[in-house]
Design a protein around this ligand. Structure first.
Ligand SMILES: C[S@@+](CC[C@H](N)C(=O)[O-])C[C@H]1O[C@@H](n2cnc3c(N)ncnc32)[C@H](O)[C@@H]1O
Length: 457
């Protein structure tokens, strides 16, 4: 494999890495690494290791990550992916979300979240409790983010499509934890992404840096006292990493760096690459492709040490008269052992909102908590998100599709399937016991309710 790197990038890395350069550049002759990260809300490591349809190898610096062979296998096309058992994610990117140490009682913001690698990881760490606001500025990417949150069965997440600045006006001093996985020059994507290589220039690096500092201003405004901020990029350039942190610390003396544990090949930030040789940046983390099996990342963890006023953001309050009688009938007939909290009818959709959901008025909200389904005239129609948030044993009528036959493919294509002859009404369709979506049985036939936009061709 031979990759054409921008000449100016090679020269720059030689100046930075000195005698390490040869090792670094050699990685561009090797295959890239690829990984998948399990959804611990749906499956344990032990179970996955016993059922994985393809060869996997545990990623040492993560809890739920596995390497797979991307030239040989396509886990993104497997029905287990549709069932939300895992997320395809570059291995070194898996090391960042855990730095937040997000707890089920926290209010967390993922400020640049699409397509949702780190948000799905944070949502799982929070056991789908507390509040996770997952934001993305670009509408199309926000939609992809929302679909991944749904696929993972997360119920504590509000997906918004806002600018960081507008969010900061809505949520001053509000969050316990914020992740800023910044848009960057993507040097760590070079083995995978030709466009990133072609797009690279020193001017672009400088532009990214300006934007990163602007987004950091917004993140700072939203962080409460003792709040934790994790800043990360998938690029190597000091301008976007150590130097961004240096400028940020100079601007906000109440922010302090915290030490990130260095193990399994993770190294520290480089003081010699800052303007004023700031030794503190050693506390940051650098993941290098020549030091571990991953494409490369940078992360910094900071704490806000100043006192902040109480956030003026109010809790969510429903305006509409609430009536979900038809849902109650559905729940009684088809579900068991479910206990959705904080139910609200918004439009015609019944939502189970996250704990301590804030007022969201004025924001572009793509998804708010779990969409249970829609109230139609005298009936309730469950949403696809509900199927993915359930475990098989929570639905009274289930049909399991086996990996052996062709029925799972027919289901994902939207075809009609043969029913049990015993069920009537809503049926949770599962693959090897993991929910995939809804069907509806009538006279021994399953009407296919897999969402049209997700069907395979
Ligand atoms: C590195 S990606 C995020 C990846 C994501 N955290 C994940 O793990 O899947 C950075 C994101 O920032 C968004 N972005 C671009 N410009 C932005 C801006 N000015 N403000 C906020 N976000 C921006 C991009 O659309 C992109 O989705």
């Amino acid at each position: 494999m031979s990759i054409q790197l921008p000449e100016a990038f090679i020269t720059k890395m030689k100046n930075l890495l000195k005698e390490e350069t040869a090792m670094f550049l050699k990685t561009y002759q090797d295959e890239r690494t690829a990984g998948l990260r399990l959804n611990p809300l749906k499956i344990t490591n032990e179970k996955w290791e016993s059922i994985s349809p393809f060869p996997i190898e545990k990623i040492p610096f993560t809890d739920y990550g596995y390497y797979y062979h991307y030239q040989q296998d396509e886990p993104g096309k497997h029905p287990y992916h549709r069932a939300g058992l895992y997320y395809i994610q570059e291995p070194s990117a898996m090391s960042v979300a855990r730095l937040l140490d997000a707890k089920p009682t926290d209010k967390v913001l993922d400020l640049c979240a699409a397509p949702g690698g780190k948000s799905t990881q944070i949502g799982c760490a929070m056991e789908s409790r507390g509040l996770l606001i997952s934001n993305e500025i670009h509408p199309k990417r926000a939609k992809a983010l929302s679909e991944n949150i749904e696929r993972f069965g997360l119920t504590n997440t509000v997906v918004t499509n806002e600018t960081p600045e507008r969010l900061s006006q809505h949520f001053p001093f509000y969050f316990d934890k914020i992740l800023l996985d910044a848009p960057c020059s993507g040097e760590g994507m070079f083995r995978k992404d030709e466009e990133a290589r072609q797009y690279w220039s020193q001017e672009h690096v400088e532009l990214c840096r300006e934007r990163q500092l602007e987004i950091l201003d917004s993140a700072y405004q939203m962080l409460k006292e003792n709040g934790i901020l994790v800043y990360s990029t998938c690029t190597f350039s000091p301008e976007e990493n150590e130097q961004v942190i240096e400028t940020f610390l100079n601007k906000y003396p109440d922010m302090e760096l915290l030490t990130i544990e260095k193990r399994n090949g993770i190294e520290g930030g480089r003081p010699e690459w800052t303007k004023y040789r700031l030794s503190e940046v050693e506390k940051c983390a650098r993941l290098w492709p020549h030091k571990l099996k991953g494409e490369g990342h940078f992360a910094a963890k900071l704490i806000k040490t100043s006192t902040t006023p109480e956030s003026p953001t109010k809790p969510f309050k429903s305006k509409k008269k609430q009536d979900w009688q038809d849902y109650c009938l559905f729940e009684k007939e088809y579900l068991q052992q479910v206990n959705w909290k904080n139910l609200h009818v918004l439009g015609s959709v019944i939502h189970s909102l996250p704990d301590e959901c804030p007022d969201l008025s004025g924001l572009r909200v793509i998804r708010a908590g779990l969409h249970l389904g829609e109230l139609k005239k005298n009936r309730f129609e469950p949403n696809h998100a509900l199927a993915l948030a359930l475990m098989k044993n929570q639905c009274r009528q289930t049909i399991d599709l086996s990996l052996e036959g062709e029925d799972w493919q027919r289901y994902l294509k939207g075809e009609t399937l043969k029913g049990t002859g015993q069920y009537k009404g809503w049926v949770l369709m599962t693959i090897n016991g993991f929910p995939l979506g809804w069907g509806k049985e009538s006279n021994g036939i399953i009407k296919n309710l897999y969402p049209k936009g997700l069907r395979i061709m």
